[in-house]
Write a protein of this length. Structure first.
Length: 117
């Protein structure tokens, strides 16, 4: 086994009912995470911060909560029109995938809905 290092960027350390722990900081509710930090996200109706990532990230993982769900069509269409590669999956899988690509130095972001309690 090899220890994963993140070279100064903030991985997703964990999650639980209604929260995420990112780089040691606990954030409640939906979050937007990228190499430089994390903050709150307004969910599927809050496209602006996701669209602002265009050109800065190659892939955007969208965590849909405890189970995989379809993204609302207007959101997916807007993100793809902006040139963002979008992958929707359950939030736990999105967090793991984000950490793997982050460790590889990839230009990645994750918008995550929390898992229910």
């Amino acid at each position: 086994m090899h220890e994963i290092t993140y070279d100064g960027v903030r991985p997703i350390d964990g999650y639980g009912p209604g929260f995420f722990r990112i780089g040691g900081q606990v954030l409640h509710g939906a979050v937007l995470v990228q190499a430089g930090g994390a903050g709150h996200w307004g969910g599927f109706d809050d496209a602006a911060p996701l669209l602002a990532l265009a050109g800065d990230v190659d892939v955007l993982f969208i965590g849909t909560g405890a189970a995989i769900a379809r993204l609302p069509s207007p959101l997916r269409t807007a993100l793809e029109a902006a040139g963002l590669g979008v992958e929707a999956m359950a939030s736990p899988a999105a967090a793991r995938s984000y950490n793997v690509l982050l460790a590889e130095g990839r230009r990645i972001a994750a918008a995550l809905l929390p898992v229910a309690g």
